[in-house]
Design a protein around this ligand. Structure first.
Ligand SMILES: [Zn+2]
Length: 347
């Protein structure tokens, strides 16, 4: 069977006719398989949802318990028969509970990877390269200019600034699902053991991470804490809050923003970011290319992001590649976006 008869791009998302399900549909459908909890992939209003327990829990936290009519949890590496295909979820290394979904029909396997990163992250299971015939990849940072480097080095920059300006508060803008918890875990790994303060919007997901056994050290809500007490401290907040009147409660705040986009310096300056931190939960250019190679796939379908450069690169390697032009992905968490969000979205 041809791969495009197993998974077909439709306006609602990638559709599997043989199993009668969609992967990460952008509009309500009868049966959805969800790769991870970010709001551009995990929407409310589906009939049945199959996802990892963590993704289901995060959907309930964000959309309420009744986000779908019925839910089913699947573990990593558990195989499930759905109609004429089998599906298997593999770690995507993107955020807690994130999965790539392998769909196998006869001898043909397609892997829909959702969002992924191959860089280490202490808050989620590491990415697994899954051998397949067709690999569906994102291309958020699908240009050679995007090389994220080591996140630990960026954390050192943040701690260096805290040491240099003990009288100032440090405000780190980070997406509330995944990035925020990763920053905290990286700070702990670097030996920072003082309490870390949280903007209220960060609390539910961060507490959920802790309930799943992710060690984040002592965390405190920032509300109600006096300005003087916040000197020399680090607070994690949604990016939108770091440009808001909300920052007035902090003593002379240093504003940081953790994002793969911070590789492009102009973006940080444009948004009034004093301390850009190049930390991303997406694979960079090298990560995309190395992952494509590691899957052994002969055919690559490229979804959201910078499709053209990656499709071209695949061609130079003798791989068949095409852009899927799926719409609706990329605005990872619109509620977190900076007010002057760029058209291609912020991650
Ligand atoms: Zn995502």
């Amino acid at each position: 069977m041809r791969p495009q008869d197993i998974l077909t791009p439709q306006p609602a998302g990638l559709y599997c006719k043989l199993g009668d399900f969609y992967i990460d549909p952008v509009r309500p459908v009868a049966r959805a398989l969800i790769t991870h909890g970010h709001s551009d992939h995990a929407r409310a209003g589906h009939g049945e949802v199959l996802a990892t327990q963590e993704t289901l829990d995060m959907m309930a936290l964000r959309h309420g318990e009744r986000f779908a009519r019925a839910t089913q949890a699947i573990r990593y590496n558990e195989t499930l028969a759905l109609g004429g295909v089998t599906v298997r979820f593999h770690p995507a290394g993107h955020v807690l509970g994130s999965a790539q979904i392998a769909v196998t029909c006869g001898a043909t396997r397609i892997v829909a990877s959702g969002d992924y990163k191959d860089a280490p992250d202490p808050t989620c299971a590491p990415f697994e390269a899954v051998p397949c015939d067709v690999f569906i990849t994102e291309a958020t940072f699908g240009l050679p200019v995007f090389r994220h480097g080591h996140a630990a080095g960026e954390i050192d920059k943040l701690l260096g600034s805290v040491a240099l300006f003990p009288e100032r508060a440090h405000l780190v803008g980070a997406y509330s699902l995944g990035k925020a918890q990763r920053i905290i875990a990286l700070l702990r790994a670097a030996g920072f053991d003082a309490p870390i303060y949280l903007h209220g919007a960060m609390e539910p997901i961060t507490r959920y991470y802790q309930s799943r056994g992710i060690d984040l050290g002592e965390l405190r809500p920032v509300r109600g804490v006096s300005k003087a007490e916040l000197a020399g401290t680090i607070t994690i907040a949604p990016p939108s809050a770091t440009t808001d009147v909300w920052t007035r409660r902090f003593p002379d705040p240093v504003t940081a923003f953790a994002s793969g986009w911070m590789r492009v310096r102009a973006r940080g300056r444009q948004k009034g970011i004093e301390l850009p931190l190049v930390i991303s939960d997406h694979a960079d250019w090298n990560g995309l290319c190395e992952t494509i190679t590691a899957t052994g796939a002969g055919e690559i379908w490229v979804t959201h992001g910078e499709e053209d450069a990656l499709v071209h690169w695949c061609g130079t390697r003798g791989l068949v590649a095409r852009p899927l032009a799926l719409v609706g992905y990329g605005e990872e968490d619109p509620e977190d976006a900076l007010p002057a969000a760029s058209p291609e979205g912020e991650r």
